[in-house]
Design a protein around this ligand. Structure first.
Ligand code: NAD
Ligand code: UDP
Length: 316
């Protein structure tokens, strides 16, 4: 097999590092680019000995000239506290980053995957969310830099397909968790596990009756790879990728406490503005087109995730 040379933007982040690893395991050559805003060298340390793995410190808001066969565009902070830290930079990363990566894909005729998000549905009025739902996003709220940035990126991807005939793959990723999430990035699974391991209060925002559907990282990576590898070039999506089993945030808190056997108490904090009340993917399209559905239930995925955070805490 001739190795493909594949660019992974945001390759040192949580999902990006798993994608890099999976592509190397498949025998491909991988170039990871990252500005290390939320990514960490620790996530890719174990890949650095592989001669077919390269890392370049680069910000996707600047153009990149490189010769590759495929692109996975994941660069962008994904947790609300990080993408709200410098919202202008978040919009630049999603929009200028998309323009730069699409420009690169166009020049070298590369197939390109876009890590889009369930956030394009905003606070949804259709449940579960199907790909043909246009969403309910506040364009001027604190989440807009990310939500609208990702929506604009989708627009750019589809315009590059229509205007320039690019092979694009737009995956709408729903909440994903697993080893290599950053301990301090404020997302709910990492927050609750770290709080429970430390015996600290578990911070539930609002009443905890808002819902999310949590996908284990290995399941998600499988879905992304199948979408890129096993679909015709003219099939662009958008395609929901996530676990359709829905939990309230309070149920998640209780599950984490029980699995760790923690003495932590649940405390209630104000709900951040524009926090979506419910979220659950309809994955019929992914089932039909790539024969994919998640296999790892929350309780099982939490075991390895808890182990990961235990080791992180020990190494502090
Ligand atoms: P993450 O924060 O761990 O990873 C993002 C990576 O992008 C980091 O390594 C970061 O340093 C890098 N990055 C940020 N801005 C950059 C820039 N301007 N130039 C170069 N690199 C930059 O987040 P993640 O969970 O791994 O998310 C990866 C992608 O998947 C993101 O695009 C995110 O929007 C999308 N996504 C993730 C989830 C999820 O639940 N994890 C859900 C929906 C969508
Ligand atoms: N959340 C919470 N406590 C926390 C962190 C998050 O109750 O310590 C809630 C948050 O308000 C949201 C849900 O958990 O309703 C998921 O939050 P996350 O930031 O993980 O992802 P997103 O809101 O982008 O889905």
């Amino acid at each position: 097999m001739k190795k493909k040379r594949i660019l992974v933007t945001g390759g040192s982040g949580f999902l990006g590092s798993h994608i890099c690893e999976r592509l190397l395991d498949m025998g491909q050559e991988v170039i990871c680019i990252d500005n290390f805003f939320t990514g960490r060298k620790d996530n890719i340390l174990h890949l650095l000995d592989n001669p077919y793995f390269e890392v370049i410190r680069h910000d996707v808001t600047f153009p990149l000239y490189i010769e590759i066969d495929e692109i996975y565009n994941l660069a962008c902070p994904a947790s609300p506290i990080h993408y709200q830290h410098d919202p202008v930079q978040t919009t630049k990363t999603t929009v200028h980053g998309a323009i730069n990566m699409l420009g690169l894909a166009k020049r070298i005729k590369a197939k390109i995957f876009q890590a889009s998000t369930s956030e394009v549905y905003g606070d949804p009025s259709v449940h579960p969310q199907t790909e043909d739902y246009w969403g309910n996003v506040n364009p001027i709220g604190i989440r807009a830099c990310y939500d609208e940035g990702k929506r604009c990126a989708e627009t750019l991807f589809f315009d590059y397909k229509r205007q320039h005939g690019l092979a694009i793959k737009v995956g709408r990723i729903f909440n994903t968790y697993g080893p290599r999430m950053a301990m301090d990035d404020g997302r709910v699974v990492s927050n609750f596990i770290v709080q429970a391991l430390r015996g600290e209060d578990i911070t539930v925002y609002g009443k905890g009756n808002q819902t999310r559907s949590f996908c284990y990282v290995d399941d998600l990576v499988e879905g992304i790879i199948r979408f890129m590898e096993n679909t015709d070039d003219d099939f662009a999506g958008p395609m929901n990728l996530g676990n359709p089993i829905e939990f309230t945030i309070l149920e998640l808190a209780q599950t984490v406490i029980d699995q760790i056997g923690s003495k932590s108490k649940i405390v209630y904090k104000p709900l951040p503005s524009d926090d979506p009340m419910q979220r659950k993917p309809d994955i019929s399209l992914a089932k039909k087109v790539i024969d994919w559905e998640p296999e790892i239930p929350l309780e099982k995925g939490l075991i390895t995730t808890i182990e990961f955070f235990e080791n992180q805490l020990k190494s502090l």
